[in-house]
Design a protein around this ligand. Structure first.
Ligand code: ZN
Length: 413
C-alpha cells in the first residue's frame, strides 16, 4: 500500500559520535542499550482505519519517529514496517453503524491518517502494508503453523494454540486471570465453545453473512489481527538468520502489550524458533478529562480537527513531547496553549538567527534522546536556551540547532 509522502530533512552531518540508544524493554521491564548496528529492523503496529488520527495514535507514531530519526542520524539504516488493518471487526461495525461501505470508510480514513502523519512530520515507513494485500502471506503463515501442529478448527474458523510457545506470557507478565480479562476486553473470545484453551487466538475467520471474504486454502474468510502483523513483520523486515531475534524493535501503544504483541511473539516463535523482537517498546495512553482516550468512550481528540481549527501541527508534536512517551497522561487545552507559546518563543529566536551558545544544548538534546527518549528534559533545555537568548545572550550557531531540531525532533519552524 502507498505510504505517506516523504518528510524532507535538511542536509546534515553530525561532528560527534552518537551515544548508544537506550530504550525501556517492556518484556524485561528495564532500560536496555541497543547494540550499535548498521541496520535496524523496526515493526510498529498501525491503525485500523475507522477513527484516525486521534492524539493517542499521534503520540505512538511520534515515539517511533523519534527512534527512527535517532538511529538514522547516528549513521544506521532503519528498515521500518507498519501495517494497516484494513479489514477487521471494528471497521465493519463502524461502517454498518454509519451505513457506508467498509472499503470506502477505510479509504477515507487511510487518506486522513496519511495527511496527519505528513502534518506531524512523521517519517514514513519503508513498507506500509494492508491486511487485505497481506492475505497470501497470512495464509502461508497459517499453513506453516499448521505443519507445526499449532492450528485447529472451531467450526469453520482456525485458532492458534498459544501454549505451543513455551515462552507464552513472558513478554506481558500477567496472571492467567488478568490475561483472560484483558483478552476478553480487547477482541478475544475466551468463552467460545470448542476452543482447546480460552486464550487461543483466531487466525482465520470464515466468511460471515453480509461480510466480505477472500479465498484461501481454508475457504473464504478473512485473517485474524495477530497473525496479520506476525506475517507482515517477518516477510517485509527480512530477518537476518545470524541475529538472535527476528527483528530489533516491536512497537505500539501500551494497550497492545497483551494480547496483541504476546500473540504475535508466540506465533513468530513457533514459525521461526526465535524471539520476534529483541526489544518491545510501548507508548503510554493519552487521556482526556480524567479518562483514557478511546473510541468506546467517545472522547477522542483528532489531529485533523485541531489542524483545521488552526492549530500548528508543530505545537501538537511539541505538546506530546512535553511528557515522557511511556507515561499515561492527560491532554488538556492548557497543555496546547503552553506548547503554542513555547513554539512562538523558539521560532522568534530561530528567525532572528541570534541566540545563546548552542553546543551544550545540542549535546544535551542528543544525550537526553539517547536516554530512553527523555523529551521532557529536552523541551526544558530548549526553553531555557530560548529564555537566555531573549535576554540577549549570543554566540550560538543557531543554524546548527535548527538542523538538530528538524532531524532529531521533527520540529521545523
Ligand atoms: Zn500489530
Amino acid at each position: 500500500m502507498k505510504s505517506w509522502n516523504e518528510v524532507a530533512l535538511p542536509p546534515h552531518e553530525f561532528s560527534f559520535v552518537f551515544p548508544t540508544l537506550q530504550l525501556t524493554n517492556s518484556a524485561s521491564g528495564t532500560k536496555e542499550s541497543l547494540s550499535h548496528k548498521p541496520l535496524y529492523r523496526m515493526y510498529v503496529c498501525g491503525i485500523t482505519p475507522y477513527d484516525a488520527t486521534h492524539l493517542g495514535h499521534a503520540a505512538t507514531y511520534l515515539t517511533f519517529d523519534l527512534i527512527n530519526r535517532f538511529l538514522c542520524a547516528s549513521g544506521s539504516e532503519v528498515r521500518y514496517v507498519q501495517n494497516i488493518t484494513d479489514i477487521d471487526d471494528p471497521l465493519l461495525e463502524r461502517a454498518n453503524r454509519d451505513g457506508i461501505d467498509w472499503a470506502q470508510l477505510a479509504h477515507q480514513q487511510i487518506e486522513l491518517f496519511r495527511s496527519d502523519m505528513v502534518n506531524l512530520r512523521v517519517i514514513p515507513p519503508t513498507a506500509y502494508i494492508g491486511a487485505v494485500e497481506a492475505i497470501p502471506l497470512v495464509s502461508a503463515a497459517i499453513e506453516q503453523l499448521s505443519a507445526k501442529d499449532s492450528i485447529y478448527p472451531v467450526d469453520q474458523d482456525l485458532y492458534f494454540k498459544v501454549h505451543k510457545d513455551a515462552h507464552f506470557g513472558t513478554r506481558s507478565h500477567l496472571s492467567q486471570d488478568e490475561m483472560l480479562t484483558i483478552f476478553s476486553e480487547r477482541g478475544g473470545d475466551p468463552t467460545r465453545i470448542g476452543k482447546k484453551d480460552p486464550l487461543d487466538c483466531l487466525v482465520w475467520m470464515s466468511q460471515r453473512p453480509n461480510e466480505p471474504g477472500w479465498n484461501s486454502p481454508f475457504g473464504i474468510g478473512r485473517p485474524g489481527w495477530h497473525i496479520e502483523c506476525t506475517a507482515i513483520a517477518i516477510k517485509y523486515l527480512q530477518p537476518d538468520g545470524n541475529e538472535p531475534s527476528l527483528i530489533d524493535i516491536q512497537g505500539g501503544g501500551s494497550d497492545l502489550i497483551f494480547p496483541h504483541h504476546e500473540m504475535c511473539a508466540a506465533q513468530a516463535q513457533i514459525l521461526s524458533g526465535k524471539p520476534l523482537a529483541s526489544t518491545y517498546v510501548h507508548a503510554g495512553m493519552i487521556g482526556l478529562d480524567g479518562e483514557k482516550m478511546s473510541k468506546s468512550k467517545g472522547n477522542l481528540v483528532f489531529v485533523s480537527k485541531l489542524v483545521s481549527a488552526g492549530t500548528d501541527p508543530m505545537a501538537i508534536r511539541w505538546a506530546l513531547m512535553k511528557s515522557h512517551y511511556r507515561t499515561d497522561r492527560m491532554w488538556t487545552d492548557d497543555l496546547l496553549v503552553e506548547a503554542e507559546a513555547e513554539i512562538i518563543g523558539l521560532r522568534s529566536v530561530l528567525r532572528s538567527q541570534k541566540g545563546a551558545t548552542t553546543q551544550d544544548l545540542i549535546r544535551q538534546i542528543v544525550g537526553f534522546l539517547a536516554d530512553d527518549l527523555d523529551t521532557p528534559a529536552i523541551i526544558q533545555g530548549i526553553n531555557t536556551w530560548v529564555a537566555h537568548s531573549h535576554s540577549g545572550a549570543e554566540g550560538g550557531e543557531v543554524k546548527s540547532l535548527e538542523t538538530v531540531l528538524d532531524c532529531l525532533l521533527g520540529i521545523k519552524l
